[in-house]
Design a protein around this ligand. Structure first.
Ligand code: M6R
Length: 600
């Protein structure tokens, strides 16, 4: 969701910015732009659509060593050339890119900018106009910028150029992610380290309500009251090859295929020298001493949280509630004395989850974040972090992060169970090894998945995914995968619940994917399949070896029943992938979606 880049140094800024924006494409966007400063002036190029469209309008003859760039995911105003960033002040002196939402922009417009002619519908334009207003009143740019920041309510990551100062990019952040990358004779700005890995792997984290003066040779961080903050850069542990597709046609397919490797990596990362699984003692204490765990997450991470509840309750005997982040803040349940909050987030930047984290920290509760991104906002602001070690996930549709989240939750549940003296339910290292092997078998079954997708989904307008217990949760994830990349209306349902209303939607040929991996509900889910089949549905049963029957369409290898989501989700990911391909959809960048949802 919106991406920012900036460069100041000696090289061709245009190309560095455009390449950086290409690396941020995965976040989701609908227009893009750059502003570069040559010897005399700032040149702005913008386009609705893809970076390729922007490239087509950039004047190759402009030679500049400083610039800022932006990918916009529309919030205030439709995707258009005028609403695309960068935005300029009326006199053209200031040029700004912004990620986030300014909640009080109409009040600011009314109170400070009466008579100003706005060219866009964005909240962002208010910021750049305010800066110019304060500069016109005699303030130095840094002061005008600071004064403006003090008036803003909401979230922002900002990068600003001043036509009268060719040596500086002014930067600020509140709630939206932003990093400053450092190099020799140059510095950069980026929403995430991936964008500028082409030039540096050294990054300085920025905290909320900080502003930064970035020149070619210096990075000066200040608080809004002007106090200078010293902070050393860290090395981004990213390999440039991790963010390339290689020979794969899509990131999503690559990331699905990476899952066995990720599971093996997680086992290794969480093993001590003796080969036992271990979790930091402070985290264990927090989990085992809490009277109830609250898992907070969105989308796919929420679905992983539902499986996590089963793992923590069944293995460690700890009561767990799972909540959608965007609802929890407004509907907070009565909390017990010692709740522990677990935030699950691939990106670690999801604004809905972060809003809950801020609220529960204010109430004095402890929080653990399970994330793929070290140093992300949710990781920094929680008391504890467990990393997924899944490597960058670029495709908007989350796949390997989901299975990594479940694997890490299973390790947390397992070690917590041991520390509470609960009887060991399985040899988890061995069972996760079996899972990784089973995933490999499934990743080798692509032709079959392609066939199933063609048979059931390529020409349908809707589809249902049903299961019971843990299979129901996997069904929710299978439905989300299908709808987000193929635009088929897909819903996940508890097998027994369909007949209470939704079965009215079953028509001749409606695909119903049923997941059957749990012995205790095997007969009942098959009964639910019969109910829909009797009303014309086209059932596709995906079962687990040992529970399978002749009517099943696909049988996954047997794994421990509590770990079955790690395996049963793989065919659903692949079916969604092939259905999207058959329907000519943009698999990695589905319409309307953003990878990292940084607005509430
Ligand atoms: O980065 P997060 O895990 O916090 O993101 C949460 C959701 O936005 C994310 O899982 C989303 O649902 C994915 N597009 C699903 O594929």
């Amino acid at each position: 969701m919106c991406g920012i880049v900036g460069y100041i140094g000696n090289q061709d800024a245009k190309e560095i910015l455009l390449k950086g924006l290409e690396k941020l494409e995965y976040r989701g966007y609908d227009s893009a732009g750059i502003a570069v400063r040559d010897n005399s002036q700032v040149h702005v190029f913008k386009a609705k659509g893809r970076i390729a469209d922007l490239r087509a309008v950039v004047d190759a003859s402009v030679s500049a060593n400083t610039g800022i760039g932006h990918t916009r995911w529309a919030t205030h105003g439709v995707p258009s050339h005028d609403n695309a960033h960068p935005h300029q002040s009326t006199a053209g002196r200031f040029t700004l890119v912004h990620n986030g939402v300014i909640e009080n922009y109409s009040i600011l417009k009314r109170e400070y900018l009466e008579g100003t002619a706005f060219v866009s519908e964005t909240d962002t334009e208010v910021i750049v106009q305010l800066i110019e207003k304060f500069a016109n009143e005699g303030m130095e740019t840094e002061e005008a910028f600071r004064q403006t920041l003090k008036l803003l309510k909401g979230s922002y990551a900002l990068a600003l150029l001043d036509e009268q100062n060719d040596e500086t990019i002014f930067v600020a952040k509140n709630k939206s992610p932003l990093l400053v990358g450092t190099g020799s004779d140059f510095n950069v700005v980026a929403s995430d380290a991936m964008a500028m890995l082409q030039v540096t792997d050294q990054y300085v984290e920025l905290m909320d309500k900080e502003m930064v003066i970035v020149t070619k040779n210096d990075v000066t961080i200040k608080t809004l009251d002007g106090t200078v903050v010293e902070r050393s850069p860290y090395k981004a542990e990213l390999d440039a090859s991790d963010i390339e597709k290689g020979t794969y046609p899509h990131y999503m397919l690559k990331e699905i295929d990476e899952q066995p490797l990720v599971i093996r990596k997680i086992i290794q990362k969480y093993q001590d020298e003796q080969g036992s699984l271990q979790i930091d003692q402070n985290i264990l204490d927090a989990v085992t001493s809490s009277d109830r765990v609250y898992i907070i997450a969105c989308g796919t991470s929420y679905h992983a949280g539902l499986v996590g509840k089963q793992l923590l309750e069944q293995m460690a005997k700890i009561p767990v509630e799972v909540h959608v982040a965007s609802e929890f803040g407004y509907n907070m349940p009565l909390l017990p004395e010692k709740p522990l909050f677990i935030f699950i987030s691939q990106s670690g930047e999801t604004a809905d989850s972060r809003a809950v984290l801020v609220a529960v920290k204010e109430l004095g509760h402890k929080a653990l974040t399970i994330t793929n991104v070290q140093g992300s906002t949710l990781s920094r602001e929680a008391d504890y972090t467990l990393l997924l070690h899944a490597g960058p996930e670029i495709a908007v549709a989350s796949t390997k992060a989901y299975t990594a989240q479940i694997a890490v939750l299973s390790i947390l549940a397992h070690v917590a169970a041991a520390s509470k003296g609960e009887a060991e339910s399985m040899n988890l290292v061995k069972e996760l090894g079996i899972v990784a092997n089973a995933m490999e078998v499934l990743c080798d079954s692509k032709e079959e998945m392609d066939y199933i997708a063609r048979e059931y989904l390529s020409f349908t307008r809707n589809a249902f995914f049903i299961g019971r217990g843990i299979d129901y949760y996997v069904g929710l994830e299978g439905a989300l995968k299908l709808k987000e990349i193929s635009y088929i209306q897909a819903e996940g349902f508890a097998g027994g619940e369909l007949k209470h209303g939704t079965i009215a939607l079953i028509e001749e040929g409606t695909p119903v994917v049923a997941i059957a991996t749990q012995e205790n509900v095997n007969l009942s889910i098959r009964g639910n399949v019969k109910e829909v089949a009797a009303r014309g549905a086209n059932p596709c049963i995906i079962s687990m070896k040992g529970l399978d029957t002749d009517e099943d369409r696909f049988v996954i290898p047997a794994v421990h029943d509590l770990l079955s989501p790690l395996v049963s989700v793989v065919p659903l990911q692949l079916i969604a992938y092939y259905a999207a391909l058959h329907r000519d959809c943009d698999v990695d960048k589905p319409r309307n979606l953003a990878k990292s949802v940084t607005v509430e």
